[in-house]
Design a protein around this ligand. Structure first.
Ligand code: ZN
Length: 63
């Protein structure tokens, strides 16, 4: 399974896995590979959050 929600680090392209809680809370994300700090823009990431929520629901429903 390789469909975990996340984003690629703009600096080192490392796939950063982000939890839904992290996205929704709006806290900054630190790239575990290079240490780059990513600030989440709640407005801009609204669509991404909704997509992640849908995915999460789909995963829960499939169990
Ligand atoms: Zn990085």
């Amino acid at each position: 399974m390789n469909n975990k929600p996340g984003l690629n680090c703009p600096k080192c392209s490392f796939k950063i896995i982000i939890s839904i809680e992290q996205l929704v809370s709006g806290n900054s994300i630190i790239c575990p590979s290079c240490g780059l700090k990513l600030d989440i823009d709640k407005q801009k990431s609204k669509q991404a959050i909704n997509a992640v929520k849908k995915l999460d629901n789909a995963l829960k429903n499939s169990k």
